[in-house]
Design a protein around this ligand. Structure first.
Ligand SMILES: *[C@@H]1O[C@H](CO)[C@@H](O)[C@H](O)[C@H]1NC(C)=O
Ligand SMILES: *[C@@H]1O[C@H](CO)[C@@H](O)[C@H](O)[C@H]1NC(C)=O
Ligand SMILES: *[C@@H]1O[C@H](CO)[C@@H](O)[C@H](O)[C@H]1NC(C)=O
Ligand SMILES: [Zn+2]
Ligand SMILES: [Zn+2]
Length: 460
């Protein structure tokens, strides 16, 4: 069995191509077909095996949005696909055949083939230069513009069908695309010549779109993190641009950090700050893992300091800001909760069939719309789910809710306030967290035995 530290090392050396789920059964083809049409593609005319390509695109799209494409019943799908998007590459037949997802050199050249009529040349060049700097600031990569020859990365504006399967038609839903690292088209960025390109908040900001497309040119696929530059929708708000930690971690996993690091400004949690709260806490094979926004803090007994990084690094298929998590040691799974969904995870993989609905999976009534905290009692295989001031008990052996629940938390866990944010078990105790307070509840005596500061876990 691989331990998490080992997994982490393995992951750090592998590329970030998205894992492909086999579960394509329940997708609503119509919804997705519309989505593909919006991308301006006409695959039938191109003689591609439509079904095969569709299946692959469906799987990849699901994962890039972190949701199941289930059709009209899923209200997330339409809004996610309505926003303008970058057209490539996790929804293209090309991505299936591309293997090399990173450049093998750190000095790359680029050339600008032509210009948009909407901006002076100087402004275009400045925007593109700033977009390259976004990535060179956080990696050892350097970029040099060349004039006499084609660069590794060629940036150009095109109209309509321009010979690469990704036609533009002036529609707002597909305005640029880029190819993953490689020779020829590899790394190249194409903009729709018929769009209006700007250097302000009007659509489309050339700097922002270029920075996103260059992420693809360097080997990144789309992110599920809505805050990330690599999220597939165009979300430029003209604020001062700061590269997201999610993007930084992924590009550094490919190329390593910059020799002159610029500190990420993203709010990485400081476990020693007072008043720190957590989204969820769980044990896993003897470790304790704390979750906060899109970060985890792993407390490993043989390490002097906790390990902090983005959740995506170990579990790329999980959302950020989860509600609750627990270890189902009986089946060696971690289970994560957000809203009414549950993800079952083994090592770094989300198991087939997940995420799924907590009502059908555990038998919660429809009035339960989220889980605050969860813990499985090792000795009995009973899982406690805390929701507002009540708790439910679920039997992992019979996979059913115990009768007689919910019950009041305060009645059965005297001293625990009427709400629990996080909980986990160590030896004979449940560790309850509410806001920034911690209560250690002994399961034998049914009493609170201590209330140390939350930071007691982090060797501050
Ligand atoms: C572009 O293609 C989309 C989808 O096929 C279509 O809805 C739209 O009307 C087209 N736009 C133009 C300007 O032809
Ligand atoms: C890509 O990888 C697959 C599986 O690892 C392999 O079968 C295929 O030949 C590779 N393709 C190229 C173009 O290298
Ligand atoms: C484009 O806009 C940015 C601010 O978003 C500004 O810093 C830059 O100077 C502008 N470029 C030109 C050439 O005006
Ligand atoms: Zn993109
Ligand atoms: Zn193109």
């Amino acid at each position: 069995m691989l331990s998490l530290p080992l997994l982490l090392l393995l992951l750090a050396t592998s590329s970030y191509s998205l894992p492909v789920s086999q579960d394509g059964a329940q997708q609503n083809v119509e919804t997705v077909w519309k989505y593909l049409e919006n991308l301006g593609e006409d695959m039938q005319a191109k003689n591609v095996d439509v079904k095969e390509v569709m299946d692959e695109k469906l799987r990849q799209m699901e994962q890039s949005f972190g949701l199941k494409v289930t059709g009209n019943s899923n209200s997330e799908t339409p809004s996610a696909i309505k926003t303008p998007m970058c057209g490539v590459p996790d929804v293209t037949p090309y991505s299936i055949t591309y293997n090399n997802t990173q450049w093998t050199k750190t000095h790359l050249t680029y050339s600008i083939l032509n210009y948009t009529p909407h901006l002076p040349r100087k402004v275009v060049e400045d925007a593109i230069e700033r977009a390259f700097k976004v990535w060179s600031d956080v990696t050892p990569l350097t970029f040099e513009r060349v004039f006499e020859e084609e660069g590794d990365i060629v940036l150009s504006f095109h109209q309509g069908d321009h010979g690469d399967l990704y036609s533009f038609n002036g529609s707002k839903s597909h305005f640029a695309h880029a190819f993953p690292p490689g020779p020829g088209l590899g790394g190249d960025v194409h903009y729709d010549l018929d769009e209006t390109w700007t250097n302000n908040s009007d659509n489309f900001n050339l700097f922002y779109v270029t920075a996103h497309e260059l992420g693809h040119s360097l080997g990144l696929s789309h992110s599920k993190d809505e805050e990330a530059l690599m999220f597939p929708s165009y979300t430029w708000n003209n604020k001062d641009f700061v590269l997201n930690q999610d993007d930084i971690s992924k590009i550094q996993a490919l190329y390593g950090p910059s020799p002159n690091p610029i500190q990420p400004t993203d709010a990485t949690p400081d476990p020693c700050s007072s008043g720190l709260t957590f989204d969820a806490i769980t044990t896993y094979r003897g470790e304790v893992i704390f979750f906060k926004d899109r970060f985890y803090i792993r407390v490993i007994s043989f390490l002097p300091k906790p390990l902090i990084n983005v959740i995506d690094l170990i579990w790329p298929d999980l959302p950020s800001k989860i509600d609750a998590a627990y270890e189902a040691s009986l089946v060696d799974e971690l289970r994560f909760f957000k809203g009414n969904k549950v993800w079952a995870v083994q090592e770094q993989n989300v198991l087939r069939g997940f995420p799924t609905d907590i009502h059908s999976f555990f038998g919660f009534p429809s009035s339960v719309t989220h889980i605050d905290a969860a813990v499985c009692e090792e000795e009995t295989g009973k899982t406690y789910f805390f929701v507002d001031n009540m708790y439910w008990r679920y039997d992992e052996n019979t996979r059913s809710m115990d009768p007689g629940y919910p019950r009041l938390i305060a009645e059965d866990f005297p001293g625990i306030d009427d709400k629990v944010d996080d909980v986990f078990q160590k030896e004979d105790n449940f560790y309850f967290f509410h806001q920034s307070t911690q209560h250690i509840f002994n399961l034998q005596t049914r009493k609170i035995v201590d209330a140390p500061d939350s930071s007691s876990w982090f060797n501050c």
